[in-house]
Write a protein that binds this ligand. Structure first.
Ligand SMILES: [Zn+2]
Length: 198
């Protein structure tokens, strides 16, 4: 098989939720529909590369000419409550729920020694600095459920523990095995309103 095709499959297979088999099917379709699909994807990728970044403060997706993002610069939001999420996509989900008026911080993943993701790979030190400099009074852990997410939460609690800082988590009662990324906005909204101190 041509190197270019293998390279395309390899790149697609690195996307979340895409296995080798799906990547092969995608690559095949892209080559077959070269004039339409491949060109369109190429243009969209170039556009995204040129205009989208992760906010330098919270990590949310934003335009490169609007960094820090709208949430970080919104004077109507409070810096006293900081919501910690794993991925920028979780910020969008919580915003959809429409009940949270604080600010966000995305770790860009979770601790996963098996996959080589340690403390240095996550945005933990920037979190510690923000808590100190922005007058944060409550840190709301809105992490996913699972062994790695739980371990990440425990590590963060130890690392950021400061006098006067309340640490809370989403309400219990969420479906087993679910996390922020899998909740509908109503359930997520209730989980935020019913958050509990830990
Ligand atoms: Zn931001």
């Amino acid at each position: 098989m041509a190197d270019a095709f293998e390279r395309l499959i390899g790149a697609l297979a690195r996307l979340p939720g895409v296995g080798r088999r799906s990547a092969e099917r995608m690559a095949l379709r892209l080559v077959v529909k070269k004039a339409t699909l491949l060109k369109e994807l190429q243009a969209a990728l170039l556009d995204a590369d040129g205009s989208l970044v992760c906010c330098s403060v919270c990590g949310a997706i934003t335009r490169s000419d609007s960094d820090p993002c709208r949430i970080c610069t919104d004077p109507g939001r409070t810096s006293r409550v900081l919501c910690l999420v794993e991925d920028p996509g979780d910020i969008l989900l919580i915003e959809k729920a429409g009940v949270f008026r604080g600010r966000y911080h995305s770790l860009m993943g979770r601790l996963s020694p098996m996959n080589g993701i340690g403390v240095a790979e996550l945005r933990i030190e920037p979190l510690v600095r923000r808590i100190r400099s922005e007058g944060v009074e409550e840190l709301l852990l809105a992490l996913n459920s699972g062994v790695e997410s739980d371990a990440t939460g425990a590590f963060i609690r130890d690392r950021v523990g400061a006098p006067g800082l309340r640490i809370s988590r989403l309400a219990h009662g969420l479906p087993v095995g679910s996390g922020v990324s899998y909740l509908d906005s109503v359930t997520l909204g209730r989980a935020i309103e019913g958050r509990q101190a830990i």
